[in-house]
Structure formats: C-alpha cells, structure tokens
Design a protein around this ligand. Structure first.
Ligand code: 5AD
Ligand code: SF4
Length: 458
C-alpha cells in the first residue's frame, strides 16, 4: 500500500507532460471516482489540463441514472468528435456508469476510443496506450472487491476546504427503478484504516470538512479478515473519523430509511463536529408505490425514523429525494407524496420525474404508464410545495446565529462569501476579511428558499 499520509492531494500541473482533460457528470461518487482516475493517470505520467483543446486524452465520467443524464453526455461526445476531426490523435474515453450500461454499443459513436466501467480505472493507462494504436479498447469487468483503497485521489475541487471520501462501492439494494446495482455492481466496504489515512492526509493538506460517501452508508460493514468477530459498522467508522480532529467537520451520505440505525443518530449527537444533516431519500409517500419500488419500508416506518431523528437530534436538518410518476402511480398515490412532504417539512429535496431504465425490474415488469404531461404536472406540484416548505424552514432561521464553514466566493460576487452551516444550509455574507476555510459565526438577516443571507458577527 502506498503511504497516503503525506501524498500530495493537489493536481500536479506540468505542460511538458501529456495532457488529460476530465469532465464529470452524476453524483458525488462520480466526482470522487474522477479523482481516483486522475491519480492513476498522474502516476502514468499525465498532467491535468483545464481546456479540452489542450488535451491529448479526453475522459468523460458519466451517469446513467435518468435518460436525460445520458443525453447530455451524447451531446458532449458530438463536441469531442469535432475536436478529434481537428486533431485525430486525441484519445476519447467514456468512463463510469454509461460505459458499464452500454458497453460496446458506445463504439457506435465515432468519438469513442475507450469504454471503461467504474471498476476498471487501474487499467486506464493500458487502455489509453492500446487506443493510440487506433483500436477501440474496452474494460467493463465488475469486481467484487475493488475499492481503490490504496489509491490517494487527486483533488480537482477548487476550494481545498471540503472533500469526499468513498467508504464503499456498489449497491445491494434492488430498488426496482434503479440502474445503479447494474452499473456499479455488488456492494463492498472499504478497509477502515485506508479511510482514516485518507482523512488524515486531507486534514494535513488543510481540508476542514470530510464527506463520507457511499450509495448506502448505513450498510457499511468491515469484518477484520484475521478475526471476523471484530466488526466495524458505519456508526463506529463515523466516530473514528470524527475523532481524528475535533475541529474538522464530518458529513455523510446517503442514508437508507430501512437501514439507518439509532446508533448512527447517537454517534451524531455525541460529536459536535459531525454535521447535523441527514439525506434520507423517501421516493414516495404511498405504500403501494414504496412496495412496487422495492424500498422495504413503509410510509409509517419512514415517519418513525424521522421522529427518532428529531428526538435524538433536535435541530438536525433532513433532506430527501422524490420520484414523481412511477409506474401505476394514481392521483391518490401522488397526493400521499404531497401529504408526506407536508408532514415531514423537509429542509430540501431533489425531485425527479420517473425515467425508465432498460434492464431494471420496473422496466421488465411494470408499464411506464403515467403520461409525460401528468408526470410533469405532478413533479411541478411537488417542487412548488417543497419550495414553500424550504422557504418557511429558512424563514425560521432569520435572526438566528450559525457557524459557517467558508468554501469560497459566492456565485454572484467576489465580495460575498459562500459557506454552509452544520445543517448544510447555504449561507452568503459580505467577505470582510474572511477567506475559504474559516469558520465564521453569522447571523441570518433574510433568506430565499435556497439561501440564508447573513452577516458575520465575529
Ligand atoms: N428515474 C427517476 N429518478 C431516479 N432516481 C433513481 N433512479 C431513477 C429513475 N429511474 C432518483 C432517486 C434517487 C436519486 C439519486 O435519483 O430519487 O434517490
Ligand atoms: Fe452516480 Fe448512479 Fe449516476 Fe452512476 S448512475 S453516476 S452511481 S447517480
């Protein structure tokens, strides 16, 4: 294993080396995977570049979760094709979930030289060499044990404040709508000491916030191979990471309502530096839909989880994901989703129309029978209601004080800084001498449904 403790986590930029350009789509796991890819390619002698026009190799790390995510990537491939027409030696690789789903079919697009699934990234230098000879290269083998534990991701984020660490890969839940288990393979947990080493290395490099990520963090489980009665579950891992440095914040996602244990809640309550935010996707408020989605919880047991969160962690924010217009969803099912949103009063939500994914259980067994205009209308109703709820929740914060970790300038102006509270609420406030990485006490003066407008008070 490489010593990750003092490994540089920043890209080495060197115009004399072959140049690699990476675009990333999809979730945080993919962002982190691109950092693994950069590490592998940097070791093979490549340097990161910011412009596609400078690249010898172009990688696009892709997402398959909804059809529109794939369409965006095909749009990018058309552009890379133009670049290849200008410079025929450029090598283009499609990485990640779309590579795994579409396999050889991707070679039908004239831009594509390499197809590499999520477990094949160690093989990328070889695939690139092969592609230089003009032959299409593919590796879509899915592993039972690859976690990239010994690879120190090279961070491409600009802020240098908050970084992701993958603690597991793949997923063993078979939600009937979801492509993830097919494209990311079986669930496997990463060896805990490598997670601690990576966190220590980030902290030594000045990072102030660690995000532990996995498709379902609550099912993290490490069995010590030399003594299988010694186990580390997610609550214990979270505690170990929180104890590395009590001034460094720790976040995690995503939690699963069927698996989130009270011990995780008690661990969160014990440590100030574990952020008080839980992302707990509900998907639907209707038991009939939850059953068909194979979520393995009911509306009632979900609400019970919410009650426990609020009992054990008063003030903890909860966000969710919702799917509108799943197979067979009636108006009554939809109203139950709206009533659940009202009942829970989430702090925020990611809301989607159902998009049928080929090969999933839903695609094979159920008709995608909610008409597109009805799906859209239901989604718009869900968004409108949630925006009202988010605004009301944020209005409650006006006049209150929070500690904000500054991530950088706000999107609108360099004179305003942007940061997050422990509850993951986005705050903006006048820069006034503060900088990225500072923990600043602020008072909320006003808000929108998405942002708390603040002033610094220390
Ligand atoms: N259609 C729409 N949304 C989906 N999600 C996952 N699969 C689909 C699909 N086929 C949503 C779920 C999940 C989030 C990451 O994406 O809400 O929690
Ligand atoms: Fe992430 Fe799922 Fe999209 Fe893959 S398909 S990038 S796992 S959201």
């Amino acid at each position: 294993m490489r010593d990750s403790k003092y490994h540089s986590v920043k890209p080495i930029i060197d115009p004399a080396k072959p140049q690699l350009y990476i675009e990333t789509y999809g979730c945080q796991m993919n962002v982190n995977d691109s950092e693994v890819v950069l590490s592998v390619m940097q070791d093979a002698g490549y340097s990161l570049c910011e412009m596609m026009e400078d690249a010898d190799v172009i990688f696009v790390n892709t997402c398959s979760i909804r059809e529109n995510a794939e369409q965006r990537v095909f749009g990018r491939l058309d552009l890379f094709r133009l670049e290849k027409q200008r410079r025929p030696d450029v090598v283009v690789g499609v990485l990640g979930c779309m590579a795994e789903r579409l396999k050889e079919e991707l070679f039908d697009h004239p831009a594509v030289d390499i197809v590499a699934g999520p477990d094949s990234y160690r093989d990328l230098p070889r695939l690139v060499e092969g592609a230089k000879g003009g032959r299409g290269q593919i590796n879509v083998w899915l592993s039972h044990d690859e976690t990239y534990a010994d690879i120190s991701p090279v961070r491409m984020d600009r802020n240098g404040v908050s970084a992701f660490i993958s603690i597991m890969r793949g997923c063993n839940n078979v939600c009937s709508y979801c492509i993830v288990p097919f494209v990311r393979g079986a669930e496997r947990s990463r060896e805990p000491q490598s997670i601690i080493n990576e966190a220590e290395s980030l902290i030594a490099n000045g990072y102030k916030e660690i995000n532990l990520i996995g498709q379902n963090v609550d099912s993290y489980l490490w069995l010590d191979p030399s003594n299988t009665s010694r186990q580390i579950n997610f609550a214990r891992l979270l505690e170990k990471v929180a104890l590395i440095d009590r001034k460094v914040r720790v976040r995690f996602s995503t939690s699963h309502p069927k698996d989130m244990s009270n011990s995780v809640l008690y661990t969160m309550a014990m440590y100030d530096n574990i952020c008080k935010h839980i992302h707990l996707p509900v998907q639907s408020g209707s038991n009939a839909m939850l059953e068909k989605m194979n979520r393995k919880y009911t509306r009632e047991s979900y609400l019970e989880r919410i009650n426990r969160i609020r009992e054990i962690l008063p003030g903890c924010s909860v966000t969710t994901d919702v799917i509108a217009g799943f197979c067979g969803e009636t108006e009554q099912d939809h109203l139950e989703t709206l009533s659940l949103l009202e009942e829970v009063q989430f702090d925020g939500a990611f809301m989607f129309q159902y998009s049928e994914r080929p090969g999933t259980k839903a695609a094979r067994r159920f008709a995608d029978d909610v008409p597109p205009d009805v799906k859209k209308a239901r989604l718009n109703q869900i968004i409108a209601l949630q925006n009202d709820i988010s605004l009301r929740n944020n209005q409650y914060s006006v006049g209150r004080e929070y500690q904000v970790l500054v991530e950088g300038s706000s999107k609108r102006s360099d004179e305003q800084l942007m940061g997050r509270t422990s509850q993951n609420k986005t705050c903006v406030f006048p820069a006034a001498g503060y900088k990225a990485g500072d923990l600043v006490r602020v008072k909320v003066t006003s808000c929108t449904s998405a942002t708390l407008i603040c002033e610094a008070i220390s």
